[in-house]
Design a protein around this ligand. Structure first.
Ligand SMILES: C[S@@+](CC[C@H](N)C(=O)[O-])C[C@H]1O[C@@H](n2cnc3c(N)ncnc32)[C@H](O)[C@@H]1O
Length: 312
C-alpha cells in the first residue's frame, strides 16, 4: 500500500501531472489488452497513471485495475490521476516481479490482462532528485524504489575495476567500458564520486572526443548500465516473464513495453518459446512519427503482446 513518503508531492498541481510523463503507445496498449467490461487487469508499472487513466477512459466498466509500482512518488501521482475511478482501482507498492503473490494476498488468482511499461518515467528522470540525469548535481542514487539496498554511488565507488568494466560493457553495450571503468577507479582513489554530474563529466573525458556519440550524451550508456544494475532490471523482467503467464486466464493478454534491446530480446524470446503464450506481435509495435514528434522518448519504445493459451 502507499507509503507516506510520497507526501512530499502534495504541492504538485494535478494539471501538471500529465506533463510529468507522457505515456507511450497508448492506443496500441488499449488494443493489446483487449479490455472487456467486468474483467480484471493489472498495470504493473503504473508510473504517473497515464496508461491507467486511458484504460478507464476506454472501458470504464472493467471490474478492477490493480495498479502496482515500487516508487512511492509514482504511486502518489497515479492516485491523483485515477481518483475519479476510485471504486475500481487498487494501488499497491511492489516489484512487478511479485505480482502473483500480490494477487493471491488480495484474494485474486487470475486476471485478464497485465501491462508492463518498464523503465524510467520522465518524472523520475527529471524531478526525482535521484541522479538519473547526467546534467544534474544530484546524488548518484538511481534507485527507483527508495528502499533498495544498493545505490549507483556504491557500485561506482566500490566495485573492482574488472567488475565495473563488465557491468558497463554488458548492461550499457558501451565499447569504451574499460577506459571508463579505469578513469572511475583512478578518480575514486583521489576522492569518491558523489554526484551524477561529476560522473557524467568524467565519462565525457574518458571517451575520446572524436568518438563522442552524435545523438546522445557520452554518459548515456554508462548511466543505463548503472540503472539496470541498481534496480536489477533484467532479473526482474526475467522473473516476471517466468511467473506472469500463470496469472492470466485463458485468452488473457500480456503487454510489455521495453526501451532497450536487452529487455526487448528477453520479451521476444519468451513470447516465442513459452508454450503458455501465443505471441500476437511478430514484430514489436513502435511509435509513428506523429507520436515521436510530440514525445521523443517514444522513439525507442517497443510493445509486444502475447495471449495466454488454453490451460493444458
Ligand atoms: C515508464 S514508467 C510507467 C509510466 C506509466 N505507464 C504511465 O503511463 O504513466 C515506468 C514505471 O515503472 C516502475 N518500475 C520499473 N521497474 C519496476 C519494478 N520492477 N517493479 C515495479 N515498478 C517498476 C518505475 O518506478 C516507473 O514508475
Amino acid at each position: 500500500m502507499i507509503n507516506s513518503a510520497a507526501i512530499s508531492l502534495q504541492n504538485w498541481e494535478p494539471v501538471a501531472d500529465r506533463q510529468l510523463h507522457v505515456s507511450v503507445l497508448t492506443k496500441q496498449v488499449i488494443e493489446g489488452l483487449n479490455l472487456r467490461p467486468g474483467c480484471l487487469y493489472v498495470d504493473g508499472t503504473v508510473g504517473m497513471g497515464g496508461h491507467a487513466e486511458s484504460i478507464f477512459e476506454a472501458c470504464p466498466d472493467i471490474r478492477m485495475l490493480i495498479c502496482v509500482d515500487w516508487d512511492d512518488d509514482a504511486l502518489a501521482l497515479a492516485r491523483r490521476r485515477v481518483e475519479q475511478w476510485k471504486e475500481r482501482f487498487m494501488l499497491l507498492k511492489s516489484n512487478y516481479a511479485n505480482i502473483p503473490e500480490l494477487l493471491l494476498s488480495n484474494g485474486i488468482e487470475k486476471v485478464d490482462g497485465i501491462l508492463l511499461d518498464i523503465g524510467l518515467s520522465s518524472f523520475q528522470l527529471e524531478h526525482s532528485g535521484r541522479g538519473f540525469s547526467f546534467n544534474s548535481e544530484e546524488p548518484l542514487d538511481m534507485r527507483m524504489d527508495r528502499f533498495g539496498s544498493v545505490m549507483a554511488s556504491d557500485l561506482v565507488n566500490n566495485l573492482p575495476v574488472e567488475a565495473l568494466t563488465e557491468l558497463i560493457r554488458i548492461y550499457g553495450e558501451e565499447r569504451w567500458a574499460k577506459r571508463i571503468a579505469e578513469r572511475i577507479t583512478e578518480q575514486r582513489e583521489q576522492s569518491p564520486i558523489h554526484t551524477a554530474g561529476e560522473l557524467a563529466r568524467l565519462i565525457s573525458r574518458a571517451i575520446p572526443r572524436k568518438f563522442h556519440p552524435r545523438k546522445i550524451h557520452p554518459a548515456t550508456r554508462t548511466f543505463q548500465a548503472l540503472r539496470i544494475a541498481v534496480n536489477r532490471e533484467l532479473d526482474n523482467l526475467k522473473h516476471a516473464l517466468d511467473v506472469l503467464p500463470d496469472c492470466l486466464n485463458p485468452g488473457g493478454r500480456l503487454c510489455i513495453i521495453s526501451f532497450h534491446s536487452l529487455e526487448d530480446r528477453l520479451v521476444k524470446f519468451s513470447f516465442r518459446d513459452d508454450p503458455r503464450l501465443k505471441a500476437l506481435t511478430k514484430k514489436p509495435l513502435t511509435a509513428d512519427e506523429d507520436e515521436i514528434s510530440i514525445n521523443p522518448r517514444a522513439r525507442s519504445a517497443k510493445l509486444r503482446v502475447a495471449e495466454r493459451t488454453e490451460e493444458s
